[in-house]
Design a protein around this ligand. Structure first.
Ligand code: UDP
Ligand code: MG
Length: 323
């Protein structure tokens, strides 16, 4: 009887979250206990924390076997931590949420309802972005506009990594093993039946956000370059435009020289044109380089992460990863 019940995996990446874990344990356990018509499994991924996180995850596992943990060999970043969690998740569906309680666990039953109605990918829609700086909010808006313009597939704004994925979506996601993952793009890439559930984003419970401006910029560039080759097209068009302009200018210079003779050519003009062209060339090289760098990283075909242990048992890299 027990085993006919569907298994729900809750996937929580954790990086230095010692302050929020006790409350997460309490609130999530309450939710799980309130839904006895499912079996539950919480997979916490310790993403190379340097504080007491790992010890706490071990304790939680000892107290309640539903709480499992994966200990990664170092910090790999949230995207990769999620991939590791998905590789090890055994549930019929996987609910991904942050460990800082910005994603209220109390929403999970509502997501499960949608799932039971037949949706494969139930994503949380943020009603309000908690206490975030104006700069960060407007940067994020601008970024989504840009991403929307350059990619054909819409990437939804105000949806994050708080979502329920059916097994079919999880298998699709884990089959894509690129190293610089941009999961938000991948969710859209895989398709399947999607539905949104609104939730109020809470302020971070404790500790502080692990994202620096630099890492966000890196993620933003990854997002665009892993998703679309539009910047390369942009470089081509830019090159064409500049060449066309240069050609017209050349004709103009010829005619001018033919009619008025050839007085001293202006030094400022030459400088301006040279610097402009130099800038355009560097920009284009940079764009090219972004893609060459990505090719370099993918071609090495290394495993995305290494696991130290799972639920207290050491795991050799030969055993798992690579799906
Ligand atoms: N996280 C992670 N590895 C990292 C950075 C973050 O696993 O290198 C986890 C973190 O523990 C949290 C989630 O990703 O559960 C979101 O992180 P954070 O709250 O810092 O991001 P924000 O909510 O500000 O986007
Ligand atoms: Mg957070």
């Amino acid at each position: 009887m027990e085993h006919n019940l569907k298994l729900i995996t809750v996937l929580v990446p954790c990086y230095n979250e010692q302050e929020s874990l006790p409350l997460l344990y309490e609130r999530l356990t309450t939710v799980m206990d309130a839904c006895p018509n499912y079996r539950w499994e919480v997979i916490t991924v310790n993403d190379g924390s340097t504080d007491a996180t790992l010890g706490m995850l071990m304790q939680m596992h000892a107290r309640d076997k539903r709480w499992r943990y994966i200990d990664l060999s170092r910090n790999f970043g949230k995207e990769t931590a999620m991939l590791a969690g998905m590789d090890y998740a055994t549930g019929d569906c996987v609910v991904i949420m942050d460990s800082d309680l910005q994603h209220p666990p109390e929403m999970i039953p509502r997501m499960l309802e949608k799932w039971e109605q037949g949706f494969d990918d139930v994503y949380g829609v943020r009603l309000q972005r908690g206490r975030e700086s104006w700069l960060r909010r407007s940067m994020s808006l601008l970024y989504y506009k840009l991403l929307q313009k350059t990619t054909r597939i819409p990437v939804l704004q105000n949806t994050g990594d708080f979502r329920l994925l059916d097994r079919i979506c999880v298998d699709a996601l884990t089959s894509m093993r690129e190293c610089q993952r941009y999961t938000k793009g991948l969710y859209c890439r895989i398709g399947f039946k999607k539905a949104g559930v609104e939730f109020e984003q809470q302020d971070r419970e404790a500790g502080r956000s692990k994202w620096s401006f630099r890492s966000l910029l890196g993620l933003a560039i990854d997002g665009i370059t892993s998703y679309t080759t539009a910047p390369l097209r942009f470089a081509t068009v830019m090159g064409l435009l500049v060449s066309a302009a240069a050609f017209i200018y050349m004709i103009w210079v010829f005619i001018k020289a033919a009619i008025y003779g050839d007085p001293q050519a202006g030094f400022p003009t030459i400088m301006t044109v040279m610097l402009f062209l130099g800038g355009v060339q560097l920009l284009t090289l940079g764009i090219l380089g972004e893609y060459v760098g990505r090719i370099f990283n993918e071609v090495k075909n290394r495993p995305s992460y290494f696991v130290r242990e799972v639920d207290g048992i050491k795991v050799s890299s030969k055993a798992k990863d690579r799906g």
